[in-house]
Ligand binder design. Structure first.
Ligand code: F6R
Length: 259
């Protein structure tokens, strides 16, 4: 696992560099998209690079998760969020961005169909991730099976409180259930790039990088991934025991070596 501690703007550029490097080498790629605050600066940077010629026309993209039951036109439905924050700003082909269907009549069948779509696309080349203050990735809350696949989950009180800011500050407005890629689904991606900023994420980042692998801190499964990159600002890095070592490693990294 590579840990980079840097200012937020640099982290977004690094993540965008990783995406751009993939697309320049081969335009037919499969990206994994996260919602929430953490990847927004990356989407801004990718949208800017699109203006300069970076094309997503042959890219397919899969979202991590979706709330169950939010109306099709609800602004916080993740399908709408990703459209607003990213997809509408670049040149994805129609239908190229998919997410789990939180409005399906048969939710387990929708989850199985979603897994099949990812597999049919050849799997995800690069997965962008945020992390919850309780250590979730996607919506794999504490106690999630480390071998889980896309399924229905119940959001923790902590996550609903954290996300109330997107729902006018009202926890009651935050759905209780979601569909989420499982931890094994995420681990199948070929490169994981997680972004975290702010002190509220410091304990989760410490556990992710330095804690024992445990379902209690689901993101710790990333320690078992052969190509995982953790991009954090100073505040999110503030509980890392080996922060000086990570900083030195990044400072000494050869220019030619990407993420
Ligand atoms: C969103 C997702 C979540 C968020 C996490 C952090 O698709 O999968 O795991 O990444 O809750 O959210 P932010 O970035 O808003 O702090």
């Amino acid at each position: 696992m590579e840990v980079v501690i840097a200012p937020a703007g640099e982290l977004a550029r690094l993540a965008a560099d990783a995406v751009e490097g993939l697309l320049r080498a081969k335009p037919e790629r499969v990206l994994g998209l996260a919602t929430g605050s953490s990847p927004l600066a990356v989407y801004d940077e990718l949208a800017r690079r699109h203006q300069e010629g970076l094309s997503f026309a042959r890219v397919r993209a899969f979202m991590l998760d979706e709330y169950v039951g939010l109306a099709a036109d609800h602004p916080e439905r993740y399908r709408n969020v990703i459209e607003r924050e990213f997809a509408s700003r670049v040149d994805f082909a129609p239908g190229a961005v998919q997410g789990p269907d939180g409005l399906a009549q048969d939710l387990p069948a929708a989850c199985a169909a979603y897994e099949a779509s990812i597999a049919e696309a050849g799997g995800v080349d690069l997965q962008l991730l945020g992390i919850g203050t309780d250590g979730h990735i996607a919506f794999n809350e504490p106690g999630s099976s480390l071998a889980s696949r896309t399924r229905i989950k119940t959001l923790t009180k902590q996550t609903r409180e954290d996300n109330a800011r997107f729902f006018g500050g009202s926890v009651e407005q935050v759905p209780r259930h979601c569909l989420t890629q499982g931890l094994a689904t995420i681990m199948s991606a070929r490169h994981l790039v997680l972004l975290a900023s702010g002190r509220a994420k410091a304990e989760a980042v410490h556990q992710l990088v330095e804690g024992p692998v445990s379902a209690m801190w689901p993101a710790t499964i990333m320690q078992l991934h052969p190509h995982a990159t953790v991009l954090v600002d100073d505040a999110a890095a503030s509980r890392l025991q080996l922060a000086d070592y990570y900083r030195q490693t990044y400072a000494d990294k050869p220019d030619w070596q990407g993420l």
